[in-house]
Design a protein around this ligand. Structure first.
Ligand SMILES: Nc1ncnc2c1ncn2[C@@H]1O[C@H](COP(=O)(O)OP(=O)(O)OP(=O)(O)O)[C@@H](O)[C@H]1O
Length: 214
């Protein structure tokens, strides 16, 4: 496997995820990936690439701690909160974009004005300031996917996993999502994006390629 770029040492207290000789297969089936060694840190956006069926979603689940690897280990340091952005954006039709991002902040105890201020800042970051007050039903596919990214980042999770963010989008719409992905490298959050899409991969700062592990 290959990691195309990697930042220098994480500061003390930063989230860090270490894969050691990580391998997985279901039951006695074929190995999906074998002997992966990598370190994931903040301030990077990692593309997780590989052909269909190579185990990208499975590996995301293992990184999240939702599944156990058949062999090897994942060591998590300072990772307590995990957000997952699914490939199909789900929202409440009549609720505004800003409300979608503010809601998880309110659920974590932020006061209303602060939650809305942070939600608007998050929307601006992914290029959605102009639709902040629009209902979810009026958003385009690309806007809805960017909204999910903004919502996933809003609560500043230690680990943000994004599964095929452009799989349902046409090439033109994907561009705006890829631009948003390029903007989400951030302090405090490790971001991993599973993708087939070469342009989404290129929007990331580093690559873990499951196509090269076997
Ligand atoms: N719980 C399971 N039990 C048995 N096999 C599984 C299970 N989950 C996934 N698989 C199989 O493992 C392989 C990898 O699946 P996975 O969804 O991780 O691949 P992927 O790289 O994300 O694929 P895609 O790009 O098509 O989404 C597939 O062949 C899938 O059918």
């Amino acid at each position: 496997m290959r990691i195309a770029a990697q930042s220098a040492g994480a500061e003390k207290g930063d989230p860090e995820l270490v894969a050691e000789a990580l391998s997985h297969r279901f039951g006695s089936g074929p190995w999906l990936f074998e002997a992966l060694d990598f370190v994931l840190r903040t301030n990077e956006v990692y593309a997780l690439t590989g052909p269909s069926g190579s185990g990208k979603s499975t590996l995301l689940g293992i990184l999240a701690g939702w599944g156990r690897p058949a062999a090897g280990a994942v060591r998590r340091r300072n990772i307590e909160s995990v957000s997952w952005v699914f490939q199909n954006p789900h929202g409440v039709a009549g609720r505004t974009a800003v409300d979608h991002v503010a809601l998880p902040l309110l659920a974590r105890g932020a006061l209303h004005p602060e939650a809305r201020r942070r939600a608007r800042a998050g929307l601006e970051r992914v290029g959605l300031a102009h639709v902040a007050d629009a209902p979810f039903r009026d958003l385009s596919g690309g806007e809805a996917q960017r909204l999910m990214l903004a919502r996933g980042l809003a609560s500043k999770p230690d680990l943000l996993l994004v599964d095929e963010p452009t799989a349902q989008l046409d090439a033109r719409t994907s561009v705006s999502v890829n631009e948003a992905i390029a903007s989400v490298a951030t302090e405090g959050t490790i971001v991993v994006v599973a993708t087939h899409d070469a342009q989404t991969r290129d929007a990331c700062t580093a690559v873990i390629d499951l196509g090269r592990t076997r």
